[in-house]
Design a protein around this ligand. Structure first.
Ligand SMILES: [Zn+2]
Length: 120
């Protein structure tokens, strides 16, 4: 094999590696965006369910009720552990403060507004 050949192949390999690294970076930021969107939608969804008083009740306590009382209790809003959910989200690294940052990734930085929400 010619020395030039090897050098060519090495150059092409280097280009490919750089392209892959670039793609990985792009994909990483896409994933962060998607997770942010997902969290925002999840929160919105939770809030809407809360407003509709229609959320799936998935808790450990089991209530045996007939259908009539179930329909009645649908209107009675169950207290959601929403602050717990927010605390979990914050713990997972997302903003829970109101405004533009809501649902965005904190990138490891503490946010006083978020902490304020939790301490309310
Ligand atoms: Zn925040």
């Amino acid at each position: 094999m010619e020395r030039n050949d090897i050098f060519d192949r090495l150059l092409r390999l280097e280009t490919s590696v750089n392209q892959l690294a670039q793609e990985a970076t792009e994909l990483k930021s896409l994933v962060v965006e998607m997770v942010e969107t997902n969290v925002a939608l999840q929160l919105e969804n939770d809030n809407l369910k809360k407003v509709l008083g229609n959320e799936d009740v998935q808790n450990d306590e089991h209530y045996s009720q007939d259908i009539a009382t179930q329909q009645q209790t649908k209107k009675v809003k169950k207290p959601l552990p929403s602050k717990d959910n927010l605390a979990i989200l914050y713990g997972e690294g997302f903003h829970i403060c109101k405004g533009e940052l809501f649902g965005k990734h904190r990138h490891g930085e503490d946010c006083l507004f978020c902490l304020n929400v939790l301490s309310d």
